[in-house]
Design a protein around this ligand. Sequence first.
Ligand code: BG6
Length: 465
Amino acid sequence: MKLTFPKDFWWGAATSGPQSEGRFGKDHANVFDYWYDMDPGVFYDQVGPNVASNFYNSFKEDIRLMKEVGLNSVRTSIQWTRLIDDFETASLNQANVDFYNAVIDEFIANGIRPVMNLHHFDLPAELYHKYGGWENKHVGDLFVKFAEQCFRLFGDRIKDWFTFNEPMVIVEGQYLHQFHYPNLVDGKKAVQVAYNIQLASAKTIRAFRQINQNPESKIGIILNLTPAYPASQSAGDLAASEFADLWLNRLFMDASTLGAFPTGLVARLEADGVLWEATPEELAIIKDNTIDYLGVNFYHPHRVQAPAISANSLAVDWLPEKYFDEYEMPGRRMNVDKGWEIYPKAVYDIALDIRDNYGNIDWFVSENGMGVSREDRYLNDAGVIEDDYRIQFIQEHLYWLHKGMEEGSNCFGYHLWTPIDCWSWKNAYRNRYGFISTDIRNQKKTIKKSGHWFKEVAATDVLEV
Ligand code: BG6
């Protein structure tokens, strides 16, 4: 079967500054740089972000390879800790302004649309230590100052802006599940941080609309949407699924697209005594500054069931997981290397949800991908990784995406995570996701079979499944 996508479809891939550039030329540490310096044992094989995939030094060659796999758009991010010299005043590090100018120009010269994100988990470490990071609304205001610099410096060439990548992962990683520094478990703080990030995003959008001169330019947010399918139709499982969906998805989705948090979630948080501190003025900013379009990162769904112990009988501090337990559905298809379920139909469910519940706002798949370890298992005699599993993974997700689009959902693009194998937080280089491999011993980069395959899809706008 041949599926045709629109002519102007974004065929691309996504990375981030902290995961690709390396720390070269940076005067400040973000929380991951800091964590690695303090405790390298936390990171897989003790590999930190110092070199990453060396994009800082090899961006011209890397962008040439991205062009060679047919990408017409690439998302990366501007590192706050690279661009800014003094976080209070947002004064600039001129050498790094020059670096981002050169990167943007190189993308454009190669016919690749640069899509720019402003925050990809890379909070400056000193803002955590001085203010408690996102726990403090002042840090959100400093972030807006950084964003304003970006709009002024690069807005003549960047038409596509995103405020935050996966705010729920920041909340979970830093305050619930201990995979981001400062590695806390504190449900009440998690709730306030979620609110503070949403407020910072809305203020950034307000600043963009004041500064931006280009009517073609747009701004959005990137959310990891994880449908929370119930284990059964029992009342308990349905209630668990409803809360998980409100917390994991609709908190940021409703606030970013509709301008208000879901009332069901607010009522529950209030009844539990953990609702965020908000002022009417702040809520008005959130209401008035919704997104132009949306990026959706999709890797895996959630499957949930009623918690083993009733939420109300737990005498521990509040955690969202009081209301739902993960459910390991028998027979589910797994990517065992990463431990995530593979369920491509969820992309279709997301597409219809956006169509039906969010004003059919324009959106794109801003990340989707399959992390596989020890990919050198699949090297052929010509030195190419034969990643047929990745081709199949992309095909299946594009199949369901196309079906959602046929049924009226306004999706305009698909970005794989990631163009070139990059460094990945605590997992470092354990799981590889790219169209292009990186040998971390010598930084040699080689296009995988999936990269050659994708080039054809991107050139023709036709997917064979
Ligand atoms: C996404 C992030 O959540 O997943 C990326 O936006 C990340 O930054 C990617 O690298 C893959 O996850 P992991 O944990 O395998 O690196």
